[in-house]
Design a protein around this ligand. Structure first.
Ligand code: ZN
Length: 145
């Protein structure tokens, strides 16, 4: 490489520093273009990471096409919600199982609830709703930014 740069320097009359700086800037530009192309061809749904379901703000990210790190936040103060599903272990009647979403910062008030099961059930319900919006292409990436 050094020999190649020295030959270029002699052949075209540029200093070695100028040639090295040119190669470095060319390399940086190629990386920038590669990132730009990757971002342009990334599926649009990957920008869909926030939405409101059951009066609760949900945020998530993606690993490949899979939804990960799904969690609930208060729509008013944006803090993480406390999930209360204790009643689910004391009853076997699905209609009585409720997961409550409570905000400590907003005076322990209930923000929302999902009927039919515990927190894992609630996460599955919301995941299905997100996937349905992606499938039907009805999501809005700017609504809750
Ligand atoms: Zn709150």
């Amino acid at each position: 490489m050094i020999e190649f740069i020295t030959n270029l320097s002699i052949e075209y009359g540029f200093s070695q520093e100028v040639i090295i700086a040119s190669f470095v800037s060319l390399f940086v530009m190629l990386i920038f273009i590669a990132i730009l192309i990757f971002k342009i061809f990334e599926p649009k749904f990957k920008l869909y990471r926030v939405d409101m379901f059951h009066n609760v703000l949900w945020k998530w990210s993606y690993t490949g096409e899979k939804i990960v790190d799904l969690w609930c936040y208060c729509p008013k103060c944006k803090s993480m919600l406390h999930v209360d599903d204790e009643n689910c272990s004391t009853t076997s009647n699905l209609g009585d199982k409720i997961t409550f979403f409570v905000c400590h910062k907003c005076g322990e008030c209930e923000v929302g609830r999902i009927k039919g099961g515990d927190r894992n059930y609630a996460l599955r319900v919301v995941t299905r709703e997100i996937l349905a919006k992606i499938r039907l292409n009805t999501f809005d990436i700017y609504k809750y930014k």
